[in-house]
Ligand binder design. Structure first.
Ligand SMILES: O=P(O)(O)OC[C@H]1O[C@H](O)[C@H](O)[C@@H](O)[C@@H]1O
Length: 552
């Protein structure tokens, strides 16, 4: 029997499901202390979880459950460098990458802090050299553009953070990102650039990822086409990888390789040299601020009592809404324009980590694990999918993220934006009843029969759970804390569900099949051993392509 269902709190929580579904969330506010009890301030983030279908009894049981799952022991094991990624036999140490406290972190008896500090120093020196114009292109021109070539964890973090912190960047460098195998993306990026002034950062932990290697080769060919001198690669290419041999084989000099380690998961790696584009774009000091913010959140997670611990709260609200109440998706809705990529970032972090169906010992788990994470900027979403959030039969718990101060204040905008922010969470919880609709429409002078016809369409049943995260402002330190908050939430959920959150075997099968299919597409000889649909589609592709080519 899987761990989770063996805990006494699991059984007690089962009995709380029906009452929770029947009790309107707004009725829980008959407790005048509810907001104080269910909100807390950590770093520059106010977290409010009071608008969830969780009463004090349920909260106590959830806290009991997370204790019974051994969160305190697992947390220490993670921070202390124990081998908790059991299927790959690795430590999980993104927290060590931002460890600013000077304490050692041992992996298999060896302190990893000296190598981390050494690499951070290399990043600082390199970033300063590029930004100050001491590192120049092969022809002696200053670097003006940085292109990060990577995918998944080697793309989403730096892409999200550079956009989120754009207001903190100066004009020293522009950054671009290429992740997709579709040549359209790299072609679009290269079209705008001058090869004499570009620095490519090839970011790949394994340095075997086909999308990244293909794009890196295209970039190298593009550079060679203008320079004709192989030595140019040394001034225009650096790499971030844990596979030094493969990077060298690609032609990048060892001194241009920034290291990462097998104990950093790709989706948790922006704190390592994978964050190089962030440091190049914002300057090293701002990168350090980001690390500091994450470290501050680590300290909170590690030291605050579970009863008032932000990552624990985030995990427990998701656990209750998903595993117990069956709400399988979660929307991430930032009201900060710079957080445009935040939900895409969290999608990988959370879904790749917790989209599992067996426990650590390989036994099937009989409950749902990771949620479907999706979302986009809230204010745009209001004009697209909020109809579904307010009135569909599917309840989607949502995290609303906004700031008290805009990072780019423009007269007359921010209060209007935030009025929507507050209105939406209020509406999602409170809804509007038939009586209230009737009263409103009557006051507007509408005919009684018309009112009755419209009422069912205008009623909002409400009772839709939300978390609110209100930041002082989206600065590097606060963003670091915000990302770390979600990282720990993901970790806690994995512990409770008793799954291994740090592998991603589920992405391998498709990759292997693509490798087999490629030569068939190239040769046009489709093998008979595919299923009928795949074989016919591939055959159609090959033949139609031939025909389109011959038509010119
Ligand atoms: O950094 P890389 O080794 O190139 O990996 C890039 C990405 O691809 C893999 O398929 C995994 O799904 C991701 O976890 C990883 O971040």
């Amino acid at each position: 029997m899987p761990q989770l269902t063996r805990h006494p709190a699991w059984t007690s929580l089962q009995e709380q499901i029906a009452p929770a579904l029947e009790t309107p969330i707004k009725s829980l506010f008959s407790d005048p202390d509810r907001f104080d009890k269910y909100s807390l301030k950590v770093q520059n983030i106010l977290l409010d979880i009071s608008r969830n279908p969780i009463n004090d009894g349920v909260m106590n049981l959830l806290l009991q459950l997370v204790r019974e799952a051994g969160i305190e022991q697992w947390r220490e094991r993670m921070f202390e460098g124990d081998i908790i990624n059991s299927t790959e036999q690795r430590a999980v140490l993104h927290t060590a990458l931002r460890n600013r406290s000077g304490t050692p972190v041992l992996v298999r008896g060896k302190d990893v802090m000296p190598v981390i500090d050494h690499e951070l120093k290399r990043i600082r020196v390199f970033v300063n050299a590029v930004r100050k114009g001491r590192w120049r292109g092969h022809s002696g021109k200053r670097i003006t553009d940085v292109v990060n070539i990577g995918i998944g964890g080697s793309d989403l973090g730096p892409r999200m953070v550079t956009q989120a912190l754009k207001p903190y960047a100066d004009d020293t460098l522009r950054v671009h990102f290429v992740s997709n195998m579709d040549g359209v993306e790299i072609a679009n990026v290269l079209r705008e650039l001058n090869p004499e002034r570009v620095l490519f950062v090839v970011a790949s932990k394994t340095f075997t990822t086909s999308e990244t290697i293909t794009n890196a080769e295209t970039a190298r060919n593009w550079l060679m086409a203008s320079s004709f001198d192989r030595r140019a690669v040394a001034k225009h290419f650096v790499a971030v990888s844990s596979n030094v041999e493969a990077v060298k084989a690609f032609g990048i000099a060892p001194e241009n390789i920034f290291q990462m380690w097998d104990w950093v998961g790709g989706r948790f790696s922006l704190w390592s040299a994978i964050g190089l584009p962030i440091a190049l774009y914002l300057g090293f000091r701002q990168f350090e601020e980001l690390l500091q913010g994450a470290h501050d959140m680590d300290l909170h997670f590690r030291n605050a009592p579970l009863e008032r611990n932000a990552p624990i709260w985030m995990a427990l609200t998701t656990l209750w809404n998903s595993t117990f109440l069956g709400r399988s998706s979660q929307a991430i809705l930032p009201y900060d324009w710079p957080l445009q990529k935040f939900s895409a970032y969290l999608q990988q972090a959370e879904m790749e980590s917790n989209g599992k169906s067996v426990d650590r010992d390989g036994n099937p788990v009989p409950y749902s694990t990771g949620s479907i994470i999706w979302g986009q900027l809230g204010i745009d979403g209001q004009h697209a999918f909020y109809q579904y959030l307010h009135q569909s039969n599917t309840i989607v718990p949502a995290d609303f993220i906004g700031s008290i101060e805009s990072s780019t204040p423009v007269q007359g905008h921010h209060e209007k934006l935030m009025a929507n922010f507050f209105a939406q969470t209020e509406a999602l919880m409170a809804g509007i009843s038939a009586d209230d609709v009737r009263r409103d429409l009557t006051a507007k002078g509408m005919a009684a029969d018309e009112i009755e016809r419209l009422i069912p369409h205008k009623v909002h049943r409400g009772n839709r759970p939300t978390n609110t995260l209100l930041l002082d402002r989206l600065d590097p330190r606060t963003l670091g804390a915000l990302i770390a908050l979600y990282e720990h939430k993901i970790f806690i959920l994995g512990v409770i569900w008793d799954i291994c959150s740090f592998d991603q075997w589920g992405v391998e099968l498709g990759k292997t099949l693509a490798k087999n299919i490629l030569p068939e597409l190239q040769s046009g000889e489709i093998k008979p051993d595919h299923d009928d649909s795949t074989r016919n589609l591939m055959q159609y592709f090959v033949e139609k392509r031939r025909q389109l080519h011959s038509e010119g």
